[in-house]
Design a protein around this ligand. Structure first.
Ligand SMILES: N[C@@H](CCC[C@H](N)C(=O)O)C(=O)O
Length: 265
């Protein structure tokens, strides 16, 4: 049987891993089934999501954003998300490695709007824009019901402080208020604060991951309760979040670890 041949790169930011597929002129959209097959950890390349690299002008959601490149992000189940904090750093690393951008400061278009990336040594810093706080809401994780704070980083998060981080069951889909989150929600649990927290996450469309950049931003913003800097330790490493009156900056590593070709049947 003939399959579709796809050239890809694989990268990660603190263990949140992505398959990068370049389709610069937008000629080969990926179907949901293809994304699921690519992200399958047994039968595919494996990843928490897919980053499609496409010119902003070629993407229907580019909306005139003033950036050459659009991060077309998909979760492992094929669903679309507005933003991905680790993904945007991996996307930027790919652009830099491939010589598609040559500046140390450059914009990336996303479904949540423009994000400015700055090369800062080995790390990348992304201007993620201000967190938007909603109210409190409940979520059930395993046999525990927790109260969290609704934070939007372009995508939705529910941030729950806990005392016993390792005891929280993130193996099952969280049960949340579907009226408040009609498109589902990413759930973060954290301990510590305000300037250093340890966090775990259940990502919408993925499951428990080793890291979530937007989740780290949301949790840090809750832990800080105002302006300041918070170091967020996640199972896959560490990122730093700085909240100012104007914006929120996310700094962390991003690497491309492989290039290859795969055939999806
Ligand atoms: N891993 C990401 C978030 C990816 C999107 C998320 N699962 C959603 O559906 O909103 C990050 O690093 O921010």
């Amino acid at each position: 049987m003939m399959g579709r041949v796809i050239d890809f790169a694989k990268g990660h930011g603190t263990g949140n891993d992505f398959i990068v597929v370049a389709d610069v002129d937008g000629r080969r959209p990926l179907t949901t089934a293809e994304i699921v097959a690519l992200c399958d950890r047994r039968f595919g390349v494996g990843g928490d999501g897919v980053l499609r690299v496409i010119r902003t002008a070629a993407h229907p959601e580019g909306g005139g954003q003033d950036a050459e490149w659009f991060m077309d992000y998909y979760n492992a189940d094929g669903s679309i998300a507005e933003m991905c904090g680790n993904g945007v750093r991996v996307f930027a690393r790919y652009l830099l490695d491939e010589g598609l951008v040559t500046d140390d400061v450059f914009p990336v278009a996303t479904r949540a709007g423009l994000r400015t990336v700055t090369v800062s040594g080995e790390d990348l810093t992304v201007d993620m824009d201000r967190p938007v706080f909603g109210g409190e809401s409940k979520v059930t994780l395993g046999d525990r019901t927790l109260v969290g704070t609704h934070v939007s980083m372009g995508n939705p998060h529910l941030v729950c402080p806990v005392d016993d981080l390792d005891a929280i069951d993130l193996s099952r889909e969280p049960v949340y208020d579907e009226t408040l989150f009609p498109n589902a929600v990413n759930v973060e649990v954290y301990t510590g604060g305000p300037d250093a927290i340890t966090m775990r996450v259940f990502e919408r469309g993925v499951g428990e991951t080793l890291s979530c950049g937007t989740g780290a931003c949301a949790a840090a913003a809750v832990a800080l309760g105002g302006n300041g800097t918070c170091v967020v330790t996640i199972p896959g490493g560490q990122v730093t979040v700085t909240v100012t009156t104007e914006t929120l900056l996310l700094t962390g590593p991003a690497v491309i670890i492989a290039h290859g070709t795969t055939t999806i049947v």
